[in-house]
Design a protein around this ligand. Sequence first.
Ligand code: ATP
Ligand code: MG
Length: 744
Amino acid sequence: MGRTDYLDRLNEKQKEAAMHTEGPLLILAGAGSGKTSTMTCRIAYIIRELGVSPYNILAVTFTNKAAGEMRDRVEELIGEGTNMWILTFHSACLRILRYHAEVLGYGRDFAVYDPTDQKSVIKGICGELNIDTKKFNPNYFLGLISKCKENRISPERYLEEFGSDYKEQMVQSVYERYQQILKKNNAMDFDDLLVNTVELFEKDETVLLKYQNRFQYIMADEYQDTNMIQYTFVRMLADARDEWGNVRNNICVVGDDDQCIYEWRGADIRNILEFEKDFPGAEVVKLEQNYRSSANILAAAHSVIEHNKDRKRKKLWTDAENGNKIIYQRLEDERDEAYYIAGEINRLAGGRYKDFAILYRTNAQSRTFEEALSRREIPYRVLGGLRYYDRKEIKDIMCYLRLVQNRADDVALSRIINEPKRGIGSKSIEKLKDQAARQGRSMFELLKDPEVLSQFGNKQSVALDEFARLIERYSAEKENMKISDMYDGLIVYSGYLKALEDQKTVEAESRMQNLMEFKSVIYDYEKEEPDMTLAEFMERIALLADVDNHDADENAVVLMTLHSAKGLEFPCVFMPGMEDGLFPGWRAFDRPDGLDEERRLCYVGITRAKERLWMTGAETRTLYGKTDYTRESQFLRELDKKLIEGDGIYEKKETKVSGAFTDGAFEEKAFRPFDQLKYARQQTKQKAAAMEKARTESFEVGDNVRHPKFGEGRVIECGNGTIRVEFADETRKLALGFASIEKV
Ligand code: ATP
Ligand code: MG
């Protein structure tokens, strides 16, 4: 059969694992020992040597970035592109639910609510139930609801589980109402994706069988971080029977118990430790050589993790050189820390910025690094945190698209009904909401009701009517339009772009930049998949969690949390904020295993580094607006002193830069030149205008036309504002004025 030289790159143990393809397999090994690489080769082996279709393989992991990297590696190994399912748990479930959501009483176009949407639902409920949100933060409820879903405790069973004192009753009613509202809005939150998929499998055996038959080979990376639901999901899929009734169990999981960092979100380390019990006859492969890090870095990682109790003793070896020692610096405050790091990168990078990563404990730390790096004109990317997709204008415009996609989405509607200003105050929005709830209709439906519109003043009702028509029109044509065209039309004809232009402020300018930047996001997707539907596009964006806008090819320093760095590697790594209270965080002491989990996170951080590692701290730190003196992190005290260079005392060599930065202002300076922006805006308007003009254009039967999505065709029928066109392999009825249809 095919060439197997890719197997020759593996060591004996790894090769054994890659070629063990039938029956359960566990690869349990420390960081950087080639677990993910082995799994990737195993997929290639199954496809190339066993002749299995990629269609029959499922590989799941935790971040979109890890999934993307794995897919690239597999495609490289098998020498061709593939649309096989190498996905995050959430995306895999979402794909399944898109086909079968009706079984559970959802429409197929259901929306996926992100934390901001969830919060606004909870806020609404608190208002309804007279709960003081100053006393009970919406996040409090969301945390509990998520815990319930992870453990599959329904609102009905809530009181049974947790008792029924006053507080529990309140949580229960919030939870119950929350589920009702999501269902009514035809929406699921992230936890629902998993819970509902498992429920779907339980409810409809033919669906389960379908996927069991399809996925003959199942793989899960980072298995140590699976929670109960994720475990149930893979378990059910692997539980397929062959024609003689034997369980197939072709499941391969890889992981490292020392890297379990999601216990606080329900990850259960037992899933990996008890794999052999769950899947009798499991083959267990342990890998012992670390290929990633220099010997000093590896030793440092061990010296820290060894302080964890109850840990399976395992130690990796390496034949790499000792390499540099770990550099430790303690600076005066967090700004000095950031300038020190920027200075080190400047000194060593020689233009290779992408070799550097700054991995911090909390997103709130990122701002100071952004500031210091941009002062030095060092390109960087922040992954996760309040960045691109969390920005107001991006959220707004996403809600326009969401509403076009699913008009029952009241949360999206509430967000944009007065964005740009249409004179609709929050009272009116509440009133509409109430009315919708009472009548069991969506808010959007109400807007089409003349009686409802008559409640508003003349100006408002005209604006609302226009708004509703706009959404309706795009909604009707969503299958026929390119997403980028739709986007242009929406931001122009909703008045959103104009409202920003009229403001003439730096802030509005930077918001426009972001809106234009969003077009490049859309273009990128369209380039890759020209036939992508709006629903598919929305899915991708909705799932862009933490690590996603990271483009490996971009030459920029990477900033992200330690959590999202799991599975990744970089030549040079900085771990700032090595202070008690920040890392380990105070919260760690609330839970019995909390400190151990933080220590595992520290192990994850250290083992991301291939060649160089810096740890830094600040004498005083301001976080969340409060300044405190700090103490060196316990983990530093645990780390073998022989491996550390520098005594943590750093003499300030830089002058501090004063003055505050606003987010928008400094970004503008750092990255996007103004003229490009002007050009992009012009294009958007031209496109929108061309589409609008096409509405009045007259076509005749027999005209030859070109459609941006379907190509060339011939008009075979003309109706009122519509034409029917015969394309190469289909005929389509098109409304005029949406796609830029040209005569040829
Ligand atoms: P983590 O626990 O961090 O997820 P991992 O066990 O999945 O790590 P990989 O990311 O697969 O490890 O591999 C770590 C590094 O070691 C990669 O750069 C990979 O290319 C390299 N590597 C893996 N196996 C070998 C090998 N047999 N020979 C040389 N290099 C290898
Ligand atoms: Mg890995």
